[in-house]
Design a protein around this ligand. Structure first.
Ligand code: G4P
Length: 536
């Protein structure tokens, strides 16, 4: 994008300058590398490798993080705030592994747009697709970054075709690669009509980027790009200009069109353009749905919702932080906010803003910002906080677990301790817990098998509890309710052996298999069975 095309906001429009986004990617596509480069360009860190170093520090702290290290996956979510040319970015990191889709889903409820990173050799992979579907459910606009073009890759036209046909998104390239792999010479900026070419490498092995503002008319183009590649580039550009629709910001913001950046996070190509593109095109804080009305970011009163709770971020302090996405109003430190579910008021005296490498106290925050509120288990995922109004943000669900396990304790004397630990971890979304109406054992519900390892490791590391997990006689669970409370009462009474209560006391029906579930659903036609439950 050309400098002249970009309008930079300033401090006088704090809401309009906010961009809250997440990066979605299949593991290994380059999410960590791109995150690091975005932070580097945004001036939030000063050294390449800092994000990984931070990761390693964290990993050294617990077994839970060791799992992350062993399996090479990222399982925890974090928030990074940084500024770039007058915009304030909030980058929400999402766990990439499929087992953590529930946590990821909730994180995606807190963003206004997403960057989809593809590996140029692999195109769309399973996890990209799943995460994309979650974004589509909420019409989250997608910006595409095709990474690793400095390696042997698929043909860029074929990649555009794949995105267009598999995701039903209209693609508009913003820049275009000149060669790939060893032949990679740089990119052509289709909006600014400039050439950005690979120069000499510096001591960090990062190449200098040489910018030719006159694009193909610059006489140096012919000196720096071999004739055959230059001819191919001219052909490609003619084809794109003839065949691709013009970029339409409204269509992008409604989730129908995606701007596509080709680049190399490793070699710094396309990253600067991507950041400017996010500033220029990505939506500022969007209106958010509640049970009463749409909350506009410009509304006066402060409102927000908790999309994540993380316990034991610092093991020595047993702290617990609720991540609040602000939706309206100008938040100031020391404000009293009402937890709508209980009507209790909470003085937010030490809200935290998260930067790339540290956290700091937030004196103020605006819609789109994420603040961490340290608390002792009062705040829960899905909670709405407001200055006074009684409304609840909607759309932050619990998912029916796909794996149910009975928890067996090595030391039965520690049952109370186990209950506390499970409740803590359930609150964080690491697991769901169910208490069967008959029997003394807890049942944990998980969305994927890796979650079980994380749960066991954290119980042992953080709570000194050695717990085993036995196969429960149940395969799946559904929340149940009914129009008429009598019907629900009858159902629960007649199926006591398969009824449990979730952490909040809501009745759950546990089925031995899907056949039994559909049988019971038909038999009890006045009962509603829910695979997701909105948190209140
Ligand atoms: P992830 O968070 O999406 O899982 O991916 P990550 O950034 O960790 O990148 C995965 C691997 O791909 C890393 O290599 C990384 O260096 C490499 N990579 C990322 N972006 C690019 C790029 O633009 N070009 C090229 N050529 N490689 C890229 P690794 O060998 O697994 O790790 P490392 O030892 O380099 O850290």
């Amino acid at each position: 994008m050309s400098e002249s095309a970009v309008s930079y906001p300033g401090a006088n429009d704090p809401i309009g300058a906010r961009r809250t986004f997440a990066i979605i990617a299949h593991p290994d596509a380059g999410k960590t590398t791109l995150t690091e480069k975005l932070l580097l360009f945004g001036g939030a860190i000063h050294l390449a490798g800092a994000v990984k170093a931070r990761g390693e520090n964290r990993r050294a702290r617990s077994d839970f993080m060791k799992i992350e290290q062993q399996r090479g996956i990222s399982v925890s979510t974090s928030v990074m705030n940084f500024e770039f040319k007058g915009w304030t970015f909030n980058l929400l990191d999402t766990p990439g592994h499929e087992d953590f889709s529930e946590d990821t889903y909730r994180t995606l409820t807190a963003v206004d747009s997403a960057v989809m990173v593809l590996d140029a050799a692999k195109g769309i992979e399973t996890q990209t697709r799943k995460l994309f579907e979650v974004c589509r459910l909420r019409d989250v606009p997608i910006t595409t970054f095709v990474n690793k073009i400095d390696r042997e890759s698929q043909d860029p036209f074929a990649l555009l075709d794949e995105v267009g046909s598999t995701l039903a998104l209209e693609c508009v390239p913003v820049n275009w690669p000149i060669g790939m792999g060893y032949e990679f010479k740089g990119c052509y900026d289709l909006i600014g009509k400039r050439l950005l070419l690979v120069g000499k490498e510096n001591k960090n092995l990062e190449p200098e980027v040489i910018i030719l503002d006159k694009g193909l008319d610059d006489p140096r183009a012919a000196e720096m790009i071999p004739a055959a590649q230059l001819a191919k580039l001219q052909e490609d550009i003619a084809l794109i200009e003839g065949a691709c629709p013009p970029f339409d910001i409204e269509s992008y913001r409604q989730g129908h069109m995606t701007p596509v950046y080709f680049g190399s996070a490793l070699k710094n190509f396309g990253v600067d353009e991507l950041l400017k593109g996010l500033g220029e095109f990505a939506p500022p804080p969007r209106p958010q749905p509640t049970d009463k009305r749409m909350v506009q970011p410009t509304d006066k009163g402060v409102t927000g919702f908790v999309f994540k709770v993380q316990a034991n971020m610092d093991k020595n302090h047993r702290d617990r932080v609720a991540f609040l996405r602000l939706c309206s109003g100008h938040f100031k430190r020391g404000m009293k906010l009402k937890q709508v579910s209980t009507g209790k008021s909470i003085t937010v005296s030490n809200p935290t803003l998260f930067f790339a490498q540290d956290r700091s106290l937030a004196d103020e925050a605006w819609p789109g910002d994420i603040i961490g509120i340290p608390n002792h288990g009062v705040l829960r995922v899905g909670d709405t906080l407001t200055e006074s109004e009684d409304l609840r943000f909607t759309g932050i669900p619990n998912f029916a677990p796909e794996i149910l396990r009975r928890v067996r304790l090595g030391d039965p004397m520690k049952a109370k301790h186990l209950q506390r630990a499970l409740e803590d971890l359930a609150e964080e979304g690491v697991t769901q817990v169910f208490r069967p109406r008959i029997g003394a054992d807890w049942i944990v519900g998980l969305v994927g098998p890796l979650q079980l390892d994380v749960l066991a490791a954290r119980l042992s590391e953080e709570y000194s509890l050695q717990a085993g997990f036995e196969t429960a006689p149940f395969e799946t669970a559904r929340w149940v309710d009914a129009e008429n409370p009598r019907d629900l009462h009858d159902f629960v009474e007649q199926n006591r052996g398969t009824i449990a209560d979730d952490r909040e006391g809501n009745p759950v029906f546990m089925a031995r298999n899907t056949w039994e579930l559909s049988y019971i659903e038909k038999k009890w036609d006045k009962i509603r069975f829910h695979a997701t439950r909105e948190r209140h």
